[in-house]
Design a protein around this ligand. Structure first.
Ligand code: NI
Length: 157
């Protein structure tokens, strides 16, 4: 298809055909929030929590960054896989507004009962994003807890 004779056709329309021909493109949006947590299993003694989680068993805060990646074909009408402003609004509505400046152990109903490691938070965040994304576009979510630590959940890849 890329090598057909395009000499008589409108070049703009031809380019639209080329980009829409089942090429998968990844796009992403990053948002950030600040929150407190402690790695603490309520079923264990304070001593056992300290042994398991070290200083992370104490209440402390992180500047978290969450990045959602969407994968799909480019819509020839818009040139987008997804409007990243809409993805930003989705991340804010489904995650950020509930967790920003909160204690993740006690303040967020949909995190109740979860030890708020980066892994568990990434899974919980991903479930809330994936259910709201258009069919077939969900790819991955990465949560940075610090500049050095992240956890990523993905559907396919
Ligand atoms: Ni921590």
């Amino acid at each position: 298809m890329a090598y057909q004779d395009l000499s008589d056709a409108d070049p703009a329309v031809d380019r639209r055909d080329a980009v829409s021909s089942s090429t998968t493109v990844l796009v992403s949006r990053r948002e950030s929030f600040n929150a407190a947590h402690q790695l603490h299993d309520p079923g264990l003694s304070d001593e056992d929590n300290q042994r398991l989680f070290g200083k992370c068993a104490n209440l402390h805060g992180h500047n978290y960054v969450v990045e959602v990646v969407v994968a799909g074909e480019v819509d020839p009408a818009t040139g987008y896989v997804i409007d990243l402003k809409q993805l930003s609004e989705l991340i804010c509505r489904q995650i950020i507004q509930d967790v920003d400046h909160r204690n993740l152990n006690t303040d967020v109903a949909w995190l109740e009962g979860l030890i708020p490691t980066a892994e568990n938070l990434a899974i919980a965040f991903w479930e809330r994003i994936r259910e709201e994304l258009p069919e077939g576009l969900a790819y991955s979510l990465r949560l940075w807890e610090t500049d050095k630590n992240w956890a990523e959940v993905r559907d396919r890849g």
